[in-house]
Write a protein of this length. Structure first.
Ligand SMILES: [Zn+2]
Ligand SMILES: [Zn+2]
Ligand SMILES: [Zn+2]
Length: 145
């Protein structure tokens, strides 16, 4: 189960963010997309309806949504960040296909041992971690052979 439009709106409202028509339009694009989108993709989709919208508005909203854990931030190969409405609210990571861009979520990361060792060795107080696997999905492997 993912977050619906309503959920997104209510979280933003609760935290005192103003829901301008532009922000609503960005949320609509995000929540109706199955694909992960770059800020430029979102801009392209919202711009015809709201010609005044700036990329900064989109970046800011994406940052807020990421902070509240409402969207997944995916760091793709080409250094661009892509965003996807979070399909599962709990802590999870991604497998990313470098060919077609398919993203698969997984939850069973077991990095607590590594975290403990690193914090012992470096003195870091570790808060969280990001983990992504990049490779070829099943159907892209088939295509390649
Ligand atoms: Zn995800
Ligand atoms: Zn693929
Ligand atoms: Zn994890």
């Amino acid at each position: 189960m993912g977050f619906t439009d309503k959920k997104l709106l209510s979280v933003l409202k609760k935290h005192g963010y103003k829901l301008t028509p532009q922000r609503r339009a960005v949320l609509k694009v995000l929540s109706s997309s199955q694909e992960h989108l770059t800020p430029a993709d979102i801009f392209e989709k919202v711009q015809p309806e709201y010609p005044g919208i700036g990329l900064v508005t989109i970046y800011r909203l994406l940052q807020i949504l990421t902070e509240f854990g409402l969207i997944c931030e995916i760091h793709a190969n080409d250094n661009s960040r892509r965003y996807l409405i979070r399909r599962q609210p709990e802590h999870h990571h991604h497998l990313i296909c470098s060919s077609c861009g398919t993203v698969v979520d997984f939850t069973d990361c077991d990095l607590s041992g590594l975290g403990k060792r690193l914090s012992r060795e470096t003195g870091f107080e570790i808060e969280t971690h990001l983990l992504e696997f990049v490779g070829l999905c099943r159907s892209c492997q088939k295509e390649a052979t």
